[in-house]
Design a protein around this ligand. Structure first.
Ligand SMILES: Cc1cc2nc3c(=O)[nH]c(=O)nc-3n(C[C@H](O)[C@H](O)[C@H](O)COP(=O)(O)OP(=O)(O)OC[C@H]3O[C@@H](n4cnc5c(N)ncnc54)[C@H](O)[C@@H]3O)c2cc1C
Length: 356
């Protein structure tokens, strides 16, 4: 059996949460190792690539990854006239380059970064087993390994409600600067989207996995409709998909033997269950987890409780609202076909969503 290497912080997963955590912990002097099972940073992309403009506060270099600006959101509820919400400011990013840049930032901050290396498991004493046979004993393990987190599973904290998605990239024939959202009774627990990125667009949908068999025909139908309107081309330039946590926030702190475990990003259930947006919360929570880990290493024992409290302050209210709206709409689906008013109440563009 190989020797056990001792470090301060092991970060599992180098997406937006893990790379931000590794950078934050390393820049505060902690000895950090970050691993990701992907061979190429950020590849393959499983994302519609929209982030709110506010992310510039966390990632000042966001403009380097910008594919185009977003100014508004248009929502199509069944066959009703489109609803335009202005002042919805965001950026379509090139997600692979974005993730790669965050990982490079972590390395520059002093973290040791490994791609093509997976977590295999965590022993009861807290020792991490890696796919190359090596073993690491870390004071803190940060689980930033996405919606089906192996770190979370090791400590019994898992996303149990997951939406599934299907997305194609298509040529965009009529450029625009809105995110188009399509709500329909045919897509329980989700929606379809057309997000523009210059001369291409991400066209996708997601929803409750019980309706998975309908996803392909629904997406093909929407593609055909938009192509017939002359908005997008008939070619399909790529496909992707993936799971989105939709059950709300999980307990972000646990212990495994000698190791303290902090969860961040999708692994902590911080993705919005209604919109599926999780990049910004991953970056913020990752940074907070990295800061808390470094503070703990430096002897601040209250840093861990502060991490949990800060996450609750920042995310719990909005996630709880989204969970409640999604669950209420799912109850309608179980009972009868939702009316447009039911769909509006479960979508962020409408005042009904924000009402008591
Ligand atoms: C189709 C789709 C579209 C989306 N569109 C948007 C959008 O437009 N805007 C938005 O804000 N959010 C979107 N999301 C959600 C967003 O992608 C996630 O919330 C975000 O990636 C979460 O970041 P993360 O760092 O927590 O997890 P991830 O980005 O999933 O990163 C986790 C990393 O952990 C690695 N990993 C997993 N297991 C192991 C292991 N055992 N060992 C080592 N490494 C491991 C993975 O390879 C991965 O790189 C979308 C999601 C999907 C599926």
């Amino acid at each position: 059996m190989s020797d056990v290497r001792t470090i301060d912080v092991l970060v599992v997963g180098l997406g937006p949460a893990g790379a931000s955590a590794a950078a934050a912990a390393a820049s505060r002097g902690a000895r950090v190792v970050g691993i990701d099972r992907k061979r190429i940073p950020g590849h393959p992309v499983q994302c519609a690539e929209f982030v709110p403009a506010l992310i510039g506060q966390q990632v000042p270099a966001i403009d380097q990854h910008r594919q185009q600006r977003i100014r508004a959101m248009t929502t199509f509820v069944e066959d009703e006239p489109p609803h335009l919400r202005e002042q919805f400011s965001g950026v379509m990013i090139e997600r692979q380059a974005f993730d790669a840049a965050l990982a490079a930032r972590a390395e520059q901050a002093g973290a040791e970064i490994w791609f093509g290396l997976s977590l295999r498991g965590i022993d009861p004493d807290g020792t991490a087993q890696l796919s190359d046979g090596s073993r690491i004993s870390a004071t803190v393990i940060i689980g930033a390994d996405g919606p089906r987190s192996a770190v979370g599973a090791a400590v019994g904290i898992e996303n149990t409600v997951l939406a599934e998605t299907r997305q194609m990239t298509v040529p965009l024939l009529m450029p625009f600067e809105e995110t188009d959202i399509f709500l329909s009774h045919k897509l329980p627990g989700g929606y379809a989207w057309l997000f523009p990125k210059g001369d291409m667009a991400n066209l996708g949908l997601g929803g409750d996995p019980r309706w998975r068999a309908h996803f392909k025909p629904l997406l093909d139908d929407l593609h055909a409709q938009l192509a017939a309107q002359g908005r997008v081309g008939r070619d399909i330039l790529g496909h992707t998909g993936g799971a989105i946590p939709s059950g709300g926030m999980l307990e972000p702190v646990a212990r495994m033997g000698a190791a303290l475990v902090l969860l961040a990003g999708d692994a902590a259930g911080l993705t919005n269950p209604v919109t599926g947006a999780g990049i910004m919360s991953a970056v913020i929570s990752g940074e907070m987890a990295g800061e808390a880990a470094a503070a703990l290493i430096a002897g601040q024992t209250d840093a861990v409780a502060a991490y949990r409290e800060d996450l609750v302050d920042m995310f719990a209210t909005s996630l709880a609202r989204a969970v409640a709206r999604r669950e209420a709409l799912m109850r309608v689906h179980d009972d009868h076909r939702p009316a447009p008013a039911d769909l509006r109440r479960a979508w962020i563009a409408f005042p009904e969503y924000w009402a008591a």
